[in-house]
Design a protein around this ligand. Structure first.
Ligand SMILES: *Cc1c(COP(=O)(O)O)cnc(C)c1O
Length: 247
């Protein structure tokens, strides 16, 4: 799991636990992922309950989500407002205790819909978006936890605030817009050892007094937990490869 070999990162799948024959693959995969999270937390001397599994359900049809819901999964991540709006209101009416995270980029013209639909916005990365979220939260009376997305690899094409600009954005969000910022989120560069990025994000969260740290995906979540992730975002390791285009 902790290998810096990048080829194996992408191909990594946790060993399947023993499950009865005929078990739905999503149920078996969820059990395997939860087991690996528990193990990684134990290795790091952390409580298993300190890590929340965010099941990334983008591109997955409602039937797959029903299977995960039936297996007790309650926290889900979607990366597109439109897609989430089509899938989740119906499921939520039947499962009022679920928690929905937006993990993809948010355009200001979708803020109203996003605030109505999600519980956590993980991708706040610029003043204009912070302002729009603050206005819509005031307008709707809904307060959503917000994470600031940090571009830890300072990749020009990638969303997220650069580490150097994080303090100013955080101050603006907290003091001017009064947003409930509770955490940080990052997506490490594809071609680098994620450990450095996990360490950086955890350090930034600690320094700024933010309790929630969203990092780690199918290929590296065990490592992320060892570095202090409180939220791991996992899609393919639970649902298998995504139907249609990658998001
Ligand atoms: C799709 C996605 C994930 C999940 O990726 P997997 O490799 O399928 O686990 C996590 N985070 C974000 C931001 C994503 O867009």
């Amino acid at each position: 799991m902790q290998t810096p070999d990048h080829a194996s990162r992408r191909d990594h799948h946790p060993a399947p636990p023993t499950v009865p024959a005929g078990t739905d693959p999503v149920v078996a995969a969820l059990a395997a992922v939860r087991q690996e999270i528990r193990q990684a937390a134990a290795d790091a001397g952390r409580a298993a309950g300190a890590v929340t599994l965010v099941a990334v359900s983008k591109t997955q049809p409602a039937e797959r989500l029903e299977v995960a819901l039936a297996a007790g999964q309650r926290v889900f991540g979607e990366n597109r407002v439109q897609e989430a709006a089509a899938k989740w209101p119906d499921l939520r009416s039947r499962h009022p205790d679920l928690e929905l995270h937006l993990i993809g980029p948010l355009q200001t013209n979708k803020v109203k819909e996003a605030v109505a639909l999600f519980d956590v916005i993980e991708t706040v990365d610029r003043p204009k978006l912070a302002a729009a979220l603050a206005a819509e939260m005031a307008n709707s009376g809904r307060r959503l936890r917000c994470y600031l997305e940090v571009n830890t690899g300072e990749e020009p094409q990638k969303a997220g605030v650069g580490p150097a600009d994080l303090p100013a954005l955080l101050t603006l969000c907290r003091d001017q817009y009064r947003l409930p910022v509770t955490g940080l989120m990052a997506i490490p560069p594809q071609d680098e050892d994620p450990a450095l990025h996990f360490a950086l994000l955890a350090d930034l969260a600690r320094r700024h007094g933010l309790a929630e740290i969203s990092m780690g995906m199918s290929s590296d979540y065990g490592l992320a937990v060892r570095f202090g992730a409180t939220h791991v975002r996992i899609g393919t390791a639970i649902f298998g490869s995504r139907p249609g285009l990658e998001g």
